[in-house]
Design a protein around this ligand. Structure first.
Ligand SMILES: Cc1cc2nc3c(=O)[nH]c(=O)nc-3n(C[C@H](O)[C@H](O)[C@H](O)COP(=O)(O)OP(=O)(O)OC[C@H]3O[C@@H](n4cnc5c(N)ncnc54)[C@H](O)[C@@H]3O)c2cc1C
Length: 450
């Protein structure tokens, strides 16, 4: 049987479905500069999906809100950029999935964006420079299914142990693990079986030609955001909260913190008083994993790969697997998007863009020959590992620490609230989940403010 998919919670295609009209998306307006009231009801830290979702829910309820964003743009890990390749490239999220799918799809249609249902992907599988035989494919699919089932079985029983302790050793296991490592952002020795099992089904998945980041930026365009405003301190001990930025303090009645657990663990924001031990432990138990993308641009060729197809190849049974698996020619663009996860992604990110591009190109050359080098135009590597306002791709719950996501999401003294993908319950590690968690925090704030 064909495995559910590469990426487990991400993936695939079998049919094309353009839901939107052919009209190009309108340009995304810049976030408006906030009219900061002297003491808004809510100050939100971070203008990613969680912060924007929270702010919009608060605004809809008539609350005064200001969002402080460290970067000079909104969207956070939802970020589309078109300068590198002349076509939209999502550095962060690209599949609409899990929470908010219906709403995001509806918004994309309203904006005349082009969506494509991307479930049940075709997959090209290589062994060296040739396509896998039927026998090899069977072994790969069997390994994928058995690895996934072993994790699911453990999770179903409530076992919160490293996935590496339950998976069978068998040929093609490393290739299967590499895909799942990309989805969960950590290698199997750091992957919680229970967290895997507790994750929501991805539901129908869509990719967006104009970019998922473009969609989120468009959705958040009416939110009052102060850009280039890194928060260094949050005093939440007395009445209300005082938030410190380079351009001065902002007082508010309540605060929603949406920065990544990478930022929280780095101590970039000083909390006064310090967070209670349970929250500190929860943050420590949700370190950032890494999914890195290496996008390669080629001209005048598709090799033997189809549009929107996954490309997998056999790797040695050595872990962590040095694997870079691809999505080929999304929306028929001249791009192969490579994905690397876990320790190998950290290693490649530390080595730098040139080394990562060279590695990914080398893998394509190994499959299709030197013509790949001749047709290669340029490549890029996403920079989430070193981005000081993210410090990784998304949080990966430590094995044995089940419950940390819920603890992180608990409000403190009806003044300090947490949202973001790490605190998104079963929707963790997703953009829709982050937005959903922002709305959840907004509801809690509204209840607290009365
Ligand atoms: C490579 C990659 C691929 C992904 N693929 C998918 C996918 O296909 N589908 C999917 O659903 N999800 C995917 N995700 C996950 C998804 O992008 C994230 O879960 C989601 O965007 C996180 O939103 P957030 O609001 O929680 O955090 P963020 O987007 O990180 O927002 C937090 C904001 O806080 C800001 N900030 C940080 N520190 C400070 C400070 N001190 N002061 C002020 N502001 C600060 C940041 O700049 C940022 O804008 C992917 C992520 C990555 C990295």
């Amino acid at each position: 049987m064909k495995p559910m998919s590469p990426f487990s919670r991400l993936s695939g295609l079998s049919r094309r479905s353009f839901l939107a009209s052919s009209l190009a998306a309108a340009a995304v307006p810049h976030a408006v500069r906030a009219q900061v009231s002297s003491e808004p009801d809510v100050v939100v830290i971070g203008a990613g999906a969680a912060g924007l979702g929270a702010a919009k829910a608060l605004m809809a309820d008539g609350r005064s809100v200001v969002v402080l964003e460290a970067k000079d743009r909104i969207g956070g890990r939802a970020w589309t950029e078109s300068e590198t390749f002349g076509v939209p490239f999502d550095h962060g999220c690209s599949w609409i999935q899990t929470a908010k799918t219906r709403e995001f799809v509806a918004a994309a249609e309203e904006y005349n964006f082009h969506l494509q249902l991307h479930d049940g992907a075709d997959e090209a599988v290589f062994v060296g420079d040739r396509e896998a035989t039927d026998f090899e494919l069977e072994r790969y699919w069997d390994a994928y299914e058995r690895v996934e089932n072993a994790i699911a079985d453990a999770g179903r029983k409530g076992l919160d142990v490293p996935a590496s302790t339950v998976v069978p050793e068998m040929p093609w296991s490393a290739a299967s693990q590499a895909w799942m490592t990309m989805g969960m952002s950590v290698d199997f020795d750091e992957m919680s079986t229970l967290d895997w099992w507790s994750g929501a089904d991805s539901g129908p998945r869509y990719i967006v030609e104009e970019g998922y980041g473009t969609l989120i930026a468009r959705l958040g365009a009416d939110v009052p955001v102060i850009l280039s405003s890194p928060v260094s301190g949050i005093a939440w001990g007395g009445d209300g909260v005082t938030v410190t930025t380079p351009s001065g303090d902002i007082r508010a009645r309540t605060c929603i913190v949406t920065v990544s657990t990478g930022v929280l663990n780095a101590g970039t924001i000083a909390f006064d008083p310090v967070l209670p031990p349970a929250h500190r432990q929860a943050i420590a138990d949700l370190p950032m994993g890494l999914l890195a993308k290496v996008a390669l641009q080629f001209e005048g060729t598709r090799f033997s790969f189809r549009t929107d197809e996954w490309l997998t190849y056999l790797v040695p049974e050595v872990l962590p697997a040095p694997a870079c698996y691809f999505l080929t020619w999304p929306f028929n663009q001249d791009l192969m998007i490579g994905f690397m996860g876990g320790d190998f992604a950290w290693e490649m990110s530390a080595a730098g863009t040139e080394a990562a591009v060279d590695f990914a190109l080398g893998e394509v050359v190994a499959m299709v020959g030197s013509k790949a080098r001749e047709r290669f135009v340029k490549g890029t590597l996403t920079q989430w590992a070193s981005d000081p306002f993210t410090l990784g791709a998304y949080a990966a719950l430590r094995p044995g620490a089940h419950g940390a996501r819920q603890i992180l999401a608990e409000p403190l003294d009806d003044r300090l609230f947490f949202a973001g993908e790490a605190a998104a319950g079963a929707y963790y590690a997703t953009c829709g989940g982050a937005w959903w968690s922002g709305e959840r925090a907004a509801r809690e704030v509204i209840a607290a403010l009365g």
